[in-house]
Write a protein that binds this ligand. Structure first.
Ligand code: SF4
Length: 341
């Protein structure tokens, strides 16, 4: 879509075709465009997704690197310089690096809070904070919000590991790995039947019976989307002989789809869309269930709460997905919030 727009005669007639093209886009984008003589990197004015700039010093020369996360910089031996700013275009060519803005619109940032909860690599620095550290803080906040008398804390691998560590540390309960990924199976593809999908979950994650049998366990996971996989895991833990299962989730219930780059299910496939927490607890078959509150989650992040997108939890979208042409900024310059019905 972008290339098509950029190639159009109307955009090519502009003094800066890339800037003119990007001004017409609404929503989340972090782009790297390769040209024969240069690289252009750009980030949307809301800073929804991360985009970072690094450099490599070699033989007296400086080379610049752009990546979606800082973890990728380390892989190629680059050091982190800074984030590409929201609304900024970076040009890298044989003369070095230069920067310009494609909009002077000062949008309020809408950093995706789900990057910290689940999406980004724990080794990355996202929106000014280390992801692993934020996930540990989420676990600590969860422990303060929903303490429970139990024998130990265990993570749902791998996504719940950092938060489970934080929960264990803050609660003083031991941390144990009662469920382990099966590293001998590869990717499980979407299976045609419910039964085959259940078998795939059992194959991928193995419960360590000797650890969970007769125990009261706190299971920490980062999120529940459809709920079917989580339910299957809870059944396995129960079948392995756990006496009590207390499930703790390090973000609020996901009730709305994402229109900004994360492939969530449609609303009717989200387990929390229409169900209460008690209904979900019953469906998952656990003794207690607690989701971290929105305030608790955003309180672990360093910027002001209104600088993060949290639409999949609240339904308050910065852009109306059905009317993108209306734009995010009202005539008075105030941010408009669209609430999903
Ligand atoms: S709706 Fe959720 S997943 Fe999508 S950008 Fe916002 S916070 Fe991130």
């Amino acid at each position: 879509m972008l290339v098509h727009l950029l190639a159009s005669p109307a955009q090519q007639a502009q003094t800066d075709p890339i800037a003119a093209t990007l001004r017409r886009l609404q929503g989340a984008f972090s782009l790297v465009l390769l040209f024969p003589d240069r690289i252009e990197a750009a980030r949307d004015p809301w800073g929804w997704r991360p985009l970072v700039l690094g450099k490599i010093e070699e033989d007296g020369k400086t080379y610049y690197v752009v990546a979606s996360e800082t973890v990728a910089l380390h892989v190629v031996g680059a050091t982190f310089l800074r984030e590409v700013e929201p609304g900024e275009i970076i040009t890298i060519n044989s003369k070095g690096m230069s920067s310009r803005r494609f909009t002077d619109r000062s949008s309020q940032p809408a950093h995706c809070a789900f990057e910290h909860v689940y999406f980004a690599s724990p080794a990355s620095q996202i929106f000014g904070q280390n992801v692993q550290r934020v996930r540990e803080l989420l676990g600590e906040a969860l422990s303060r919000e929903a303490p429970v008398d139990a024998d130990f804390v265990m993570p749902m691998p791998d996504s719940g590991r950092s938060a489970a560590n934080g929960y264990a540390r803050a609660s003083g309960l031991p941390y144990r790995e009662g469920i382990v990924p099966n590293r001998y199976v590869g990717r499980t593809f979407i299976k045609p039947t419910q039964e085959a999908r259940r078998a795939a979950v059992r194959l991928k994650l193995n419960v360590v019976e000797e650890i969970v049998r007769g125990q009261r366990v706190v299971v920490v996971d980062d999120s529940v989307v459809r709920g079917t996989t989580t339910r299957e895991k809870m059944i396995q833990i129960r079948e392995a002989g756990a006496k009590e299962i207390h499930l703790r989730i390090s973000c609020p219930p996901i009730r709305h789809p994402c229109h900004f780059g994360v492939d969530f299910a449609t609303r009717d496939q989200l387990i929390a869309a229409e169900r209460s927490v008690e209904d979900i607890r019953e469906f998952l078959g656990v003794d207690s269930l607690h989701y971290l509150s929105l305030e608790g989650m955003l309180g672990c992040m360093q910027h002001k709460s209104e600088h993060y997108c949290s639409a999949c939890w609240t339904g308050e979208y910065r852009l109306d997905p059905d009317k993108p042409e209306t734009g995010p900024i009202s005539e008075a310059g105030q941010l408009k919030i669209f609430v999903e019905k």
